[in-house]
Design a protein around this ligand. Structure first.
Ligand code: HEC
Ligand code: HEC
Length: 218
């Protein structure tokens, strides 16, 4: 399993400063920099799409407050683009996201990814400390006897994720649990979900709850 966790560049996206970028856009527009302007137009369009469509469920800053709607803030932009494409192709099944993605222009996926990637992610609150401790051990060390790999080897020890392995830190426990069950039941059964299906099938219901409790608090 050691090579699987080799892609460790962490999602730095959350550290970008949108305010600075806005100033740069304004400056570019004022000075008429033709090369910079299209990227700014994309960013403005993404912002409008988020405000009109995505914000209702995912929050204007990507920190959804509804437990079954995932937080998107601080996700690697490439992961967001990949999932949007999977919804369009129908490989990742969701009655909610499929029609939304089908109605979008795929040319906007990249700037939507950049928008959410640049938002600052929030943490949730741990309600069951004991479960979170059990979850932490599983997340950081795995279980060698049963062949459960350490989650942190792929998703990073701090849960920040990267372009291949999504950010899990601070995510709603309900969403995390739902998705781990989706992997177990082969509902998320496309190519990039193959590794995660193998992992999820080795977890018990209690372990799923424990690791979700831990991750919510990160
Ligand atoms: C009506 C509520 C709703 C709206 C509006 C909505 N989403 Fe979603 N979104 C969801 C739900 C529910 C899921 C989880 C789908 C599943 O079960 O796999 C999701 C999942 C996602 C994911 C995958 C997240 C992950 O962690 O894998 C991305 C990316 C995403 N949405 C982006 C968007 C974007 C971009 C928009 C706006 C264009 C949008 N969503 C609008 C409800 C919504
Ligand atoms: C070998 C690498 C690997 C390991 C180890 C791993 N994962 Fe994953 N995980 C993935 C990949 C790849 C995805 C994205 C799948 C996709 O594209 O839909 C993922 C996705 C997820 C998701 C869905 C996130 C979302 O936003 O929808 C959850 C939850 C998750 N993993 C939890 C865990 C937990 C808990 C562990 C440890 C028990 C773990 N993972 C170990 C590779 C891994």
């Amino acid at each position: 399993m050691s090579t699987l966790g080799s892609n460790r560049q962490s999602g730095q996206a959350g550290k970008r400063r949108p305010r600075l970028r806005r100033a740069q856009c304004w400056l570019a527009a004022a000075l008429g920099f033709a090369l910079v302007a299209p990227a700014c137009a994309d960013a403005e369009k993404a912002k409008a799409i988020v405000a009109n469509i995505c914000a209702a469920c995912h929050g204007i800053d990507g920190n959804s407050t509804i437990p079954t709607f995932p937080k998107l803030a601080g996700r690697h932009p490439d992961y967001i683009v990949r999932e949007l494409k999977e919804f369009v192709g129908g490989k990742r099944k969701s009655d909610i996201m499929a029609p939304i993605c089908a109605a979008l222009d795929p040319d906007d996926f990249k700037s939507l990814g950049a928008y959410f990637g640049a938002q600052k992610p929030t943490s949730g609150t741990v309600l069951d400390k004991k479960a979170a401790e059990i979850g932490e051990k599983l997340y950081q060390d795995g279980d060698e006897v049963r062949g459960v790999p350490a989650c942190g080897g792929c998703h990073n020890p701090d849960g920040s994720g990267n372009k291949r392995f999504p950010r899990l830190a601070g995510q709603h426990r309900e969403y995390l649990i739902e998705q781990m069950v989706n992997f177990q039941k082969d509902i998320r059964n496309y190519e990039s979900a193959r590794l995660m299906r193998e992992v999820a099938k080795r977890l018990t219901d209690d372990e799923i709850k424990a690791v979700a409790e831990y991750l919510t608090g990160l």
